[in-house]
Write a protein that binds this ligand. Structure first.
Ligand SMILES: Nc1ncnc2c1ncn2[C@@H]1O[C@H](COP(=O)(O)OP(=O)(O)OP(=O)(O)O)[C@@H](O)[C@H]1O
Length: 260
């Protein structure tokens, strides 16, 4: 299987500082990655590079077999799903949930006619059901709870059947129940066999869904650990990434961490 995302010695320099520092990283199509690291480690910057929204200062980036800088990013973007708070801010709060999800397809097809409308609505309703949102299709986005809004963001990002799915802190600000519901849905999706390559940035190991296969740990723009989750996500790598002694526990594919 060819790689979906490949960073070769990538750096992003801002104000003379490498906020991403010589990162080499490969994501294959059948992998589900979690990206962890302290505030300011460069997680969001790497996602921005992976989503073609930012070009690196140096190094080579290949996304879906195309080299960033040598490809029309507008052709690439429809093949990449992104769910982030920044994307959610662009959603009009008075738009219906159905439209929020369905319009993801319009930005891809770039046209409007009855046939597309019909097919897209059917698919949007199916995606809404998959993310436990079917009762909310006609509700205004702005009236949803945080947990519901997060699931709508993800539903929108998978509507176009992307080959690479990027999730930036999908469980941030959720209460325990909403977090657990989302983590369970993400785990089911990750293991469904129909999901694309996934890269999920999070601050908390408790948010890593079952079925995620790989971990990338960053600190100060540099890779601390990268690889299969059992090797890359350990007490030692977390301790190194966060700069304090951390003990990691794992039970049935879910993680928890505490300082000691
Ligand atoms: N345009 C910019 N100019 C200068 N510094 C920047 C710029 N964008 C980001 N940074 C800095 O780069 C570092 C990495 O930022 P980034 O948002 O990628 O980190 P992060 O790991 O996602 O952090 P957090 O967990 O807090 O969201 C931070 O120190 C940030 O202040």
């Amino acid at each position: 299987m060819s790689s979906v995302l490949q960073l070769n010695d990538v750096s992003v320099v801002r104000n003379g500082r490498a906020i991403v520092d010589s990162v080499s990283w490969t994501v294959e199509g059948d992998q589900r990655w979690v990206v962890l690291g302290p505030n300011g480690a460069g997680k969001t910057t790497i996602l921005q590079v992976a989503s073609t929204l930012m070009h690196p200062s140096s190094g080579k980036v290949e996304i879906l077999d195309s080299e960033l800088g040598k490809v029309d990013v507008f052709e690439l973007r429809p093949r990449i799903g992104i769910a982030s708070t920044a994307m959610a801010r662009r959603v009009p709060f008075d738009e219906t949930v159905l439209n929020v999800v369905m319009t993801a397809a319009y930005s891809v097809t770039g046209r409007w006619n009855e046939d597309y409308e019909d097919i897209d609505e059917k698919r949007a309703r199916r995606v809404l059901a998959e993310w436990h949102l079917d009762g909310l299709a006609e509700r205004r986005f702005g009236t949803l709870s945080d947990g519901e809004q997060k699931r709508v963001q993800i539903a929108r990002s998978v509507m176009t059947d992307p080959e690479l799915l990027l999730l930036d802190e999908p469980a941030a600000s959720l209460d325990l129940g909403a977090r657990e519901e989302l983590v369970k849905l993400l785990g089911g999706y990750a293991q469904s066999g129909e999901s694309p390559a996934i890269v999920m940035v999070t601050h908390h190991v408790e948010e890593v869904p079952v079925g995620f296969t790989h971990a990338l740990l960053l600190n100060d723009g540099k890779v601390v650990a990268s690889g299969p989750i059992a090797e890359a996500l350990t007490s030692d790598t977390l301790t190194e990434a966060f700069g304090l002694p951390i003990e990691l526990s794992e039970s049935d594919g879910r993680y928890s961490a505490r300082a000691h």
